[in-house]
Ligand binder design. Structure first.
Ligand code: MN
Length: 199
């Protein structure tokens, strides 16, 4: 069973002006499609073919660099498209809000930590909100690594993630990563983050 490139639940123009349609289209049809195809090629004919992506990532230290990079890329972008889908709650609510307040004191302090992690990740990578032993923590990872991987410094379940590879923002923002990160914040679909929080 090969992994499939997930369709977006919205159009490439839906996130404008914060993320432009051209960036969305290239990101989805070239970058995410590439990770998906390369993952399928890397696991073809191996025992990983019948495993879920979560199972593969959990044991990533035992797999090839190609599986690590492309398995991460496949999973991470699925999460990314979902957590910025238009139409959901524009602020954290309910149990997720309580957990954020408990772990970070306030949504504003969480926002500062998340933005800081995204801005300071050197080179290409991701920043995350991670559920770890019933507590929420912020982390970042290089390349296409993520908190599900056994090689991650901070392990847990990612419930929000921002792609800070230049391909995610360079057409519109050039070198201004902080502007992209602040724009991303406005796009977060908190209903989807809450759904992932509840598992
Ligand atoms: Mn990307």
């Amino acid at each position: 069973m090969a992994f499939k490139l997930q369709d977006l639940s919205y159009s490439y123009t839906a996130l404008e002006p914060h993320i432009d349609a051209r960036t969305m289209e290239i990101h989805h049809t070239k970058h995410h499609a590439g990770y998906t195809n390369n993952l399928n090629n890397a696991i073809s004919g191996t025992a990983l073919e019948n495993k879920s992506i979560e199972e593969i990532l959990k044991g990533i230290s035992g797999h090839s660099v190609a599986v690590r990079n492309n398995g991460g890329g496949y999973y991470n972008h699925n999460l990314y498209w979902d957590v910025i889908a238009p139409g959901g709650a524009t602020n954290p609510q309910g149990e997720l809000l309580d957990a954020i307040n408990e772990s970070f004191d306030s949504v504003e302090k969480f926002r500062e930590a998340f933005v800081q992690a995204a801005i300071t990740r050197f080179g290409s990578g991701w920043a995350w909100l991670v559920l770890q032993n019933n507590k929420l923590v912020v982390s970042s990872t290089p390349n296409q690594d993520n908190p599900l991987m056994d090689v991650a410094d901070v392990k847990g379940t990612p419930i929000l993630g921002i792609d800070v590879w230049e391909h995610a923002y360079y057409l519109n923002y050039q070198n201004r990563r902080p502007d992209y990160v602040n724009a991303f914040w406005k796009l977060i679909n908190w209903d989807e983050v809450a759904r992932r929080f509840k598992g």
